[in-house]
Design a protein around this ligand. Structure first.
Ligand SMILES: Cc1ncc(COP(=O)(O)O)c(C=O)c1O
Length: 339
């Protein structure tokens, strides 16, 4: 095996040795198969290729301070994938099968779990595809569920350094009653163009507004938005936001730290009232935001003095410590996969 520079990994694809797969034919899940191929062989009329019958998840396994490998809140990912499957009429992966497969693929690729202290983790990518052929617009009769893994560093190259974000109004990620609340590929296709433009213009990511009224904050690129105002942790509520497992966890931590948590519509104007702001998700836990630029109005909202704010930092450190087994996990969020 090549020497891996654990501390400077990008957030990207990394070839490992094994992945696991399972097929659902006419409503029944078959045996779990192990593969060492990076490719999948599917029918050219597979519904995932034509009609977007595709859902995925993103989760991490951390090598703890005690040497144990822990997966974070896997049941929530399993449930979210079930909701995604239900939302676009795919076969649902039962939680037991989901766990069996992540456990197997992590154990088989144990040597790719980054060592403790490197800031990196093993990223797990469960993927559910409609593989059966259809030419009419209909759900498939065959599905494939697979999980591949790879070591990753932090999502934003800045790490826990505050980033600049851009509000876009000339693109929507999803329709108000569409699929924004589930993790299906189409949402991401729709976000690629504005995200690429934001990068070209010097921003880490975009902030989408709720598509119907364009008044409220929706998603922060591939992450949820939150703001800190006084003693409050405030995060947008919208049908088109993906319920982030990180955000869910931060809300619990915030409450337990004595903050008041509000999940509600957040007007763009309110951005001017926050003392701290952040984007949260599995990839980075939190990317603190130092500036939000509204591309259409030219308005700029700024937070802090170039460093992450105290509440953001405290939340980040707490969640990170639980994930790496540095602090007790009173919530039962982590599950040890490898002792
Ligand atoms: C659109 C979107 N929002 C939010 C998130 C954050 O969710 P989580 O914290 O479960 O990773 C993700 C990443 O999964 C995402 O793709």
């Amino acid at each position: 095996m090549q020497d891996i520079e654990w501390g400077s990994l990008p957030f990207g694809y990394f070839k490992t040795e094994y992945n696991v797969r399972c097929y659902n034919r006419f409503g029944e899940w078959g045996e779990v198969e192990v593969s060492s191929s990076e490719y999948i062989n599917i029918h050219m009329a597979a519904t995932c290729l034509h009609y977007g019958q595709e859902a995925f998840e993103g989760m991490k396994v951390f090598r703890g301070v005690d040497g144990k490998a822990r997966v974070f809140r896997w049941e929530e990912n399993a449930k979210r994938m079930q909701r995604s499957a239900e939302g676009i009429l795919m076969a649902e992966v039962p939680s037991e099968l989901f766990y069996e497969m992540i456990e197997k693929v992590v154990k088989m690729n144990e040597k790719f779990i980054p060592p403790y202290g490197t800031g990196s983790a093993l990223y797990l990518r469960p993927l559910l595809l409609g593989t059966g052929p259809q030419v009419g617009v209909k759900p498939a009769e065959e599905y494939m569920f697979m999980v591949f893994v790879g070591p990753v560093g932090p999502y934003f190259k800045e790490g826990f350094q505050p980033v600049r974000m851009q509000i876009v109004r000339d693109y929507d990620r999803c329709a108000p009653l569409g699929t924004g609340h589930i993790k299906v590929g189409g949402n991401y296709a729709a976000s690629l163009k504005p995200a690429a433009r934001a990068k070209e213009e010097g921003f880490a990511s975009v902030i989408f507004l709720e598509a119907k009224e364009k008044k409220y904050i929706d998603e922060a690129g591939p992450a949820n938005f939150f703001g800190i105002k006084g003693n409050k942790y405030i995060t947008p509520d919208s049908h088109s936001i993906l319920p982030s497992i990180t955000n869910m966890s931060l809300r619990t931590l915030a409450e337990d730290m004595g903050l008041e948590v509000e999940k509600r519509h957040v007007l763009v104007e309110e951005l001017g009232e926050f003392e701290e702001a952040g984007a949260c998700g599995t990839a980075a836990i939190i990317s603190p935001i130092r500036e939000i630029f509204d591309r259409e109005t030219g308005e700029t909202f700024t937070y802090g003095d170039g460093e992450a704010g105290p509440v953001t930092t405290k939340l980040y450190n707490k969640l990170r410590a639980i994930q790496y087994g540095e602090e007790p996990d009173p919530y039962g969020w982590t599950k040890i996969i490898i002792e």
